[in-house]
Design a protein around this ligand. Structure first.
Ligand code: DAH
Length: 344
């Protein structure tokens, strides 16, 4: 028995891997193994002899199990360590850059305007991009053949009646008609508009406007001024001042052009504001009585203000983008740095 144990010990010492150890285990402890032969021998013995043989056999078995288990554990640990070493990550390698998407800068600006207007109680509404001449011009006090149409070189789709809207103002008309002439209206409408412009750094045949309309009783220019002021302070910071200049639109009377203090020079004068200290950002005014009555509102009872601005122009100013085509060409070299610009 002693020799057997020594033999096992020797075999284990010479083993090279776990499988060899497992084979030794089967050879000695398996059903047809050497130890089992001793069990058979034990059955043939009797009395004290059997007792002594049994005890020794038990001891041998325990001893062999112990050294086998130790060796198995040794190889298992070794295998695990080898695996860990092989699979270890070299943290000194340069990392693969994971690029994150970011919100479209134009959408972001529109959302900012929506946010501040909603906080003032405005609803955000939508309107069709393929529009009728009736809504895009006539009800807005711009009859057929009126020279004011020239300013908006329009894409006509069918018989001078169906067109791609050249402004978001038809949404004012649709909203007022829907409201039925007897309840206040407070909406903004951001949306795509189209004009037959040659595309260049500041013009695009498709661009985005944000239209605002408020109809109620006793609405004045100062309400318009206050509202516009809040919107632009929200976009360009508390130091941003707004200024009204007289202007002309068919659908508002009086009409104004809205300027804000140049965010670059803070009003001192620079090349962005052409040394005026101000930048023009919107058209606006008090809704023309003809437009109110065209849309079912009695102008002797109701008054309103409206405004419209170009979203790209605002985004270009805010994020220092100098070509309007940037928004539509999805050049990643440009769009990838929008986020960085915003943080600056
Ligand atoms: N629709 C005008 C344009 O496209 C912008 C505008 C001016 C909208 C004055 C308005 C407004 O609602 O009151 O040039």
């Amino acid at each position: 028995m002693e020799k057997i144990k020594q033999k096992v010990q020797e075999l284990l010492e010479n083993s090279k891997n776990l499988q060899e150890v497992l084979d030794i285990k089967t050879k000695y402890l398996g059903k047809k193994g050497i130890i089992n032969d001793f069990n058979n021998k034990l059955r043939g013995l009797e009395g004290a002899e059997k007792k002594e043989f049994g005890m020794k056999l038990n001891e041998l078995k325990k001893g062999i199990i112990k050294i086998l288990e130790d060796k198995i554990k040794f190889y298992e640990e070794k295998e695990l360590n080898d695996k860990l070493t092989k699979e270890s990550i070299d943290i000194t390698l340069p990392a693969t850059k994971i690029t994150n998407g970011s919100a479209n800068i134009l959408e972001k600006l529109v959302e900012e305007v929506e946010e501040v207007c909603m906080s003032l109680g405005f609803d955000v509404v939508d309107g069709p991009e393929v529009e009728e001449d009736h809504y895009n011009f006539e009800l807005l006090n711009i009859p057929k053949d009126h020279p004011a149409r020239d300013a908006q070189d329009t894409f006509y789709i069918k018989d001078n009646e169906i067109l791609l809207r050249s402004q978001t103002s038809p949404v004012q008309v649709r909203t007022m008609i829907k409201a039925g002439g007897n309840s206040p209206v407070r909406i903004i409408c951001p949306g795509k508009t189209y004009r037959r412009d040659e595309d260049d750094a500041t013009h695009s045949h498709q661009f985005m406007q944000i239209e605002g309309l408020l109809v109620d009783k006793n609405v004045s220019l100062s309400d318009l001024k206050g509202t516009i002021d809040i919107i632009f302070k929200h976009l360009f910071g508390e130091t941003c001042e707004t200024r009204f200049r007289p202007s002309y639109y068919q659908f508002t009377e009086p009409s104004v052009e809205v300027d804000i203090t140049c965010f670059n020079c803070k009003g001192k004068g620079c090349n962005i504001c052409k040394n005026t200290g101000f930048i023009t950002v919107a058209g606006a005014g008090i809704v023309h009585p003809n437009v109110l009555s065209n849309c079912g509102y009695d102008p002797s009872i109701w008054t309103g203000f409206a405004f419209g601005f170009g979203a790209e122009r605002l985004a270009m100013l805010k994020y220092n983008i100098n070509d309007i085509r940037t928004f539509y060409q999805t050049d990643l070299r440009e769009t990838n740095i929008f986020d960085r610009r915003e943080k600056n």
